[in-house]
Design a protein around this ligand. Structure first.
Ligand SMILES: Cc1ncc(COP(=O)(O)O)c(C=O)c1O
Length: 389
């Protein structure tokens, strides 16, 4: 991603002004490969779509019936989340990470986490107009950079350490001085790597830069226990969590952010004015989901089985890949016989009817990989095994 610098070249008075043109949505760039594979494998079991990380497994029944019977449809929901919602989020943080958060001032609801990721830079920029830079991992979920663009800010990618996490030493001090915020993501989408969150928190605190920690895959941490940046204290940090992955509830849009009471309170105040609200029935369902861990254990087993199986299939096809430290993606290096991730993506679609994401969707530094999301049931993945032999 090229850093965009809205301040570097003011338009001359005679030049026509060019407004924002939204780029193609990343996954729409796969439409050609998707259509070809669907047609080619139409009478052989069809396309197996492992591109977008949309869960395929069911949410808990108790969540669905709580939403269906909540009785909350008539009134407006509260934007920060009901007391029960915030309490359930704080209770989950305590259970999962052993960290205590004040449910009143330290946690609030978001409408799934994508909108939070996309809007926080603009909201923080309103508060800190003399800062104009968003730092984010150079191979990452595209919405971190898009959030900077939507804020009229500079998106500056930070290279990553081989062991995972941002190489914060590589940040130009001039960029750090201009930074509105830094995003970290552990476990990472797409690489599955884990970050040293304590180090990231300390780096941000030393420089007065808020650290926003996207932890939406925390439940699917395979190497060691799940971690949150809040273990290092809440000063200057915000952890962001989602029910989309944890509870297969991507369709209802429920998440929350927790941490520094000053940041959380500012964000919830501005978000309330923007009309950002998790719908009432969803809030009631989310409480049921957050209070239950048994369904997450079942989901962990599903992803673990699929990751191991598909890694074996790909290795047998000459595409060796390490199992991830977290999340439910295989980050597959592109062998020399393919030009880049796009070429491997086309080949997998044409040869096996398997749709994956070229790594370039996550930044230029990812172009020598593809991402395979294990969001298909075993019988669909077994088809890939039979096609790639
Ligand atoms: C790293 C990361 N953050 C945030 C999200 C957004 O998830 P949601 O908006 O469903 O909570 C995703 C979704 O794929 C993701 O991969």
């Amino acid at each position: 991603m090229t850093p965009s610098d809205p301040g570097s070249s003011p338009p001359s008075s005679s030049a026509p002004s060019v407004g924002f043109v939204p780029p193609p949505y990343p996954y729409e760039r796969l439409n050609g490969a998707r259509a070809r594979a669907a047609e080619r494998f139409a009478d052989r079991g069809g396309l197996v779509d492992c591109s977008i990380g949309t869960p395929c497994d069911p949410p808990p029944d108790a969540v669905l019936s709580a939403m269906a019977t909540s009785g909350t449809e008539r009134g407006y929901p509260t934007s920060p989340g009901s007391p029960a919602y915030r309490q359930a989020a704080a209770g989950w943080i305590e259970r999962r990470f052993g960290v205590t958060i004040d449910p009143e001032g330290g946690v609030a609801a978001c409408v799934g986490t994508k909108e939070f990721v996309a809007t926080s830079a603009q909201f923080l920029r309103l508060r800190t107009p003399d800062r104009d830079t968003v730092l984010y991992p150079s191979v990452s979920y595209p919405t971190y950079a898009m959030g900077a663009t939507l804020a009229g800010a500079r998106a500056v990618p930070v290279p990553e350490l081989a062991a995972g996490g941002l190489d914060l030493e590589a940040v130009d001090p001039r960029d750090a001085e201009r930074a509105l915020l830094v995003w970290v993501n552990s476990p990472s989408n797409p690489t599955g790597a884990l970050s040293d969150l304590e180090r990231a928190a300390a780096w941000g605190r030393d420089r007065g830069i808020p650290v926003l920690s996207d932890e939406c895959y925390a439940e699917f941490t395979w190497d060691g226990p799940p971690r949150t940046i809040l273990e290092s204290g809440s000063d200057g940090v915000v952890a962001v969590h989602s029910l989309s992955k944890r509870s297969n509830l991507a369709g209802v849009r429920a998440g929350f952010y927790a941490g520094d009471p000053d940041l959380v309170t500012y964000l919830l105040d501005v978000r309330r004015h923007a009309g950002l609200m998790v719908p009432g029935p969803v809030q009631v369902g989310a409480v049921v989901a957050l209070d239950d861990d048994a369904h997450v254990d079942v989901q962990r087993k599903r992803y673990d089985e699929r990751l191991r199986f598909l890694a074996g299939v790909l290795a047998d096809a000459g595409l060796p890949v390490d199992l991830p430290a977290g999340a439910f993606y295989l980050w597959v290096p592109v062998p020399d016989r393919f030009a880049d991730g796009w070429a491997l993506c086309e080949w997998l679609a044409d040869e096996a009817g398997l749709l994956v994401s070229p790594g370039e969707l996550y930044g230029p530094d990812g172009s020598d990989h593809v991402r395979v999301a294990v969001v298909q049931p075993m019988d669909r993945l077994e088809l890939i095994g039979t096609r790639l032999v």
